[in-house]
Ligand binder design. Structure first.
Ligand code: NAP
Length: 308
């Protein structure tokens, strides 16, 4: 079978760190081109300054991975879908829920695969955590996602702008895991969003959710954490506590701890190939919906200005 010729649009941090190695490590794909307005691209790979140029001048591609900030994702996605190209959307899949729904309708109409990728769902501990929790009664959930924005997002202006999500940019990864591992749906009860006086997106947030059986789910997000970083989820159940640490990579059950390998992006590209070969899409907006609800229902507090 011929490899799927794929272009990466948006050669930034995540494209270089994860997409390029994952594509090169998967024989179902060949990296056909890259697109970025201000980047020179990769040695030996055709590069274009815009998606317009790529689609007009080639090389031909079967699929595109959109690794841009979310605010420009919809226009690029719809342009690619018009050309009948399969699409991989980095998280979050869009800047609004309605635009993602519109892309899903368009992809179905054109007959191509649309994949809203949630990389944290492919962290090593997540699938076994989901299987273990399926049999348990959930009593309480605690999510603590505290990291240093200056370390992880230096100089990323888009992340602070409307649609950039602020601290929910990493926080949505936690929600992508929790929506996947808990056996029941859950919804927002209360939220406080803390915004620096010079920024349009939150630097911290405190959220309370409830599942449909009444279990409380608390989420603590903070971008001002220096020293040790926390990407932890603890689920208390009738059979003891489950802990997912390091963003889902390390799973601790009452029976012991399992350390998995970093397989997130390899897993995403294996899934994308399966979707394309099977003529299917995978577009789960539930993590983005919970974030949208926090912006819809949350109380705003202002804090001191943030400078990079
Ligand atoms: P980034 O380093 O700021 O890179 C974004 C890239 O998008 C830049 O290279 C920029 O190109 C390009 N771009 C912007 N507008 C474009 C357009 N109209 N056409 C083509 N390219 C365009 O951001 P990032 O950290 O890689 O994040 C990108 C996405 O991945 C975000 O949705 C983020 O949530 C997600 N993500 C990031 C991480 C992470 O650890 N950083 C992890 C997982 C997922 P120029 O520089 O050439 O202008």
């Amino acid at each position: 079978m011929d490899p799927i010729r794929i272009a990466i649009v948006g050669i930034g941090k995540i494209a270089r760190d994860q997409h390029v190695p994952a594509i090169r490590g998967n024989s179902a794909f060949s990296l056909a081109a890259t697109v970025s307005p201000h980047d020179a691209g990769l040695d030996g790979v055709p590069h274009h300054a815009s998606l317009d140029d790529l689609l007009a001048q080639g090389p031909a591609v079967d699929a595109i991975a959109l690794c841009t900030p979310p605010q420009v994702r919809y226009d690029l996605a719809t342009q690619a879908l018009t050309k009948g190209v399969h699409l991989f959307l980095e998280k979050p899949p869009g800047a609004t829920l309605a635009e993602v729904e519109a892309l899903k309708v368009q992809a179905d109409k054109v007959g191509v695969s649309l994949f809203a990728a949630w990389h944290s769902r492919f962290a090593a501990g997540v699938a076994p955590a989901r299987a273990w929790l399926a049999e348990r009664k959930i009593e309480k959930v605690s999510i603590v996602w505290r990291e240093d924005v200056r370390v992880w997002h230096p100089g990323q202006a888009w992340i602070w702008q409307p649609g950039g999500l602020g601290v929910f940019d990493p926080g949505i990864n936690a929600l992508s895991i929790v929506t996947h591992i808990l056996p029941r749906p859950f919804f927002l009860k209360d939220a406080t969003l803390v915004l620096p006086e010079n920024r349009a997106a939150p630097i911290a947030a405190d959220l309370s959710f409830r599942d449909t059986a009444g279990a409380a789910i608390h989420m603590d997000l903070d971008w001002r954490q220096t020293g040790p970083q926390s990407w932890d989820i603890v689920v208390d159940t009738d059979a003891g506590a489950l802990k997912l640490a390091h963003g889902g990579a390390v799973l601790t059950l009452p029976s012991g701890t399992e350390h998995g390998e970093d397989v997130e992006y390899a897993g995403l590209y294996a899934r994308f190939a399966t979707l394309i070969r099977g003529g299917r899409s995978d577009v789960d907006t539930s993590p983005l919906r919970l974030v949208a609800d926090a912006f819809l229902r949350g109380t705003r507090q202002t804090t001191q200005a943030f400078h990079d």
